[in-house]
Design a protein around this ligand. Sequence first.
Ligand SMILES: Nc1ncnc2c1ncn2[C@@H]1O[C@H](COP(=O)(O)OP(=O)(O)O)[C@@H](O)[C@H]1O
Ligand SMILES: [Mg+2]
Length: 354
Amino acid sequence: MEIDGILKAEAKTATLQPSRVILSRATTSRERISQKTSPPVDRETASPLAEIFMPEDIEEGFPILRKELSSAINDLIEEWKSSSKLVSHGLRPATTCLIYGLPGTGKTRMAMQIARELGLPVVLARLDGLISSFLGTTGRNVANLFSFANRYECILLLDEFDAVAKVRDDPHELGEIKRVVNAILQNIDTRREIGVTIAITNHEQLLDSAVWRRFDVRLFIPPPSFEERVSIINCYFSDIGTSEETVKFLAWLTEGLTGSDIEVMATNIKRHRILRPTVDLLGALKYYSITQAGRSVYRYMELLEKSSSQMAVMMNEARDLQLSQKQIGMLLSVSQSQVARWIKENSKLTDHAK
Ligand SMILES: Nc1ncnc2c1ncn2[C@@H]1O[C@H](COP(=O)(O)OP(=O)(O)O)[C@@H](O)[C@H]1O
Ligand SMILES: [Mg+2]
C-alpha cells in the first residue's frame, strides 16, 4: 500500500515537470559496444550486472508465432529503425516494451532476434539474480547498470522482470526495496528518450498498474496453437524426416506444450532413437512420456503408455487431425482393421451409455 502511494506521488511529480522532452537525445550518437567492452560490475564483488551479446553472435531465427503477432513485431522493428524520422516529426518513438507469457513461449528468443534485426548489441540483465545485489548496495548497482546502457548504443533487456514485484511483497525488505524499485522505474523512464528497453516476465499478474503503465508497448506471447505446433515440429524434427501425418499426430499430442517443451522433446526423442535404432517413434514417445512424469499438460501423451485403443478413438475424433483409420493404425503400429474394431467397440459402448 505504502509503496503504491509513493509510486503515485512520484508519477505526479513527473507530470508536473515542464514537458521539456529532449527528443534530440534519441538521435545523438552514443558510444558503440565492441567485443572488448566489459559489462558493468558490482564494485564490491566485481560480479557482472549484465551480459553483453553482439548482434552478429545471436543465432538467427524468430520463434514461430501466429501471423498477426509476427507482423506486429515486424512493424515495431520498422518503427524502431525509423525512430529518427518520427523524432523529426516531433513524435517520441515507443521505446519501452513489456513482453509477457508462459515460460518457454519464446519471449527471450524474440527479444534477442529484435536486437539482431536492429543490428544492436543487447545488454541483458536478469533481475531475479540481480535484485539482491541491488539491495546490498542501496540502488547503486541500478545506477551502474542504467548508466552503462545509456552510454552505449544498445537494447537494454530486463529479463525476469517480475523479480521487482516479488520482493516488493517481502515485509522485511520494505524500506530498501522501495528505493530499489523506484530507482529501477525512474531509470526506465529516463531511458525512454535514450534507447529501447525491453522487459520480460512470466508473471505479468504480479506487476501492478504503476509498473504496467510505464510500457509503451505490451506484447503477449501465447502458447502455440495446433497450426503453430505443426510448424514448430517441422522445424525441430526436420532431421528425422517425419511424414505429414506424423507431424500432425505430434502436434495433436503436444497440446498445451510450449515451443521450448517441444524443442526439448525433439532432442530427447532423437537421443533415444540414435542409441536404440530399433525403437520406432511411438516407442520413443512412450519412453519420453514415462520420463516426464507429473506434468499435467501431457494430456494425450499419458494415454500413449496406457491404452492404444483409447488413443485410436481419440485420434479418430480429433478435429484438427483428420486422419484415416489406416494412418492411425500406422502411427500406433497396429492394423487398420484393429483400429476399425476399436472405434466400433467404442461407439457401441457410447450408444449403450445413451
Ligand atoms: N514459438 C517458438 N518457436 C520456435 N522455438 C521456440 C518457440 N518458443 C520457444 N522456442 C524454443 O525454446 C527456447 C527457449 O525459449 P525462451 O525464449 O527462453 O522462452 P521464454 O523466454 O518465453 O521462457 C527458444 O530458444 C527456442 O529454441
Ligand atoms: Mg526467458
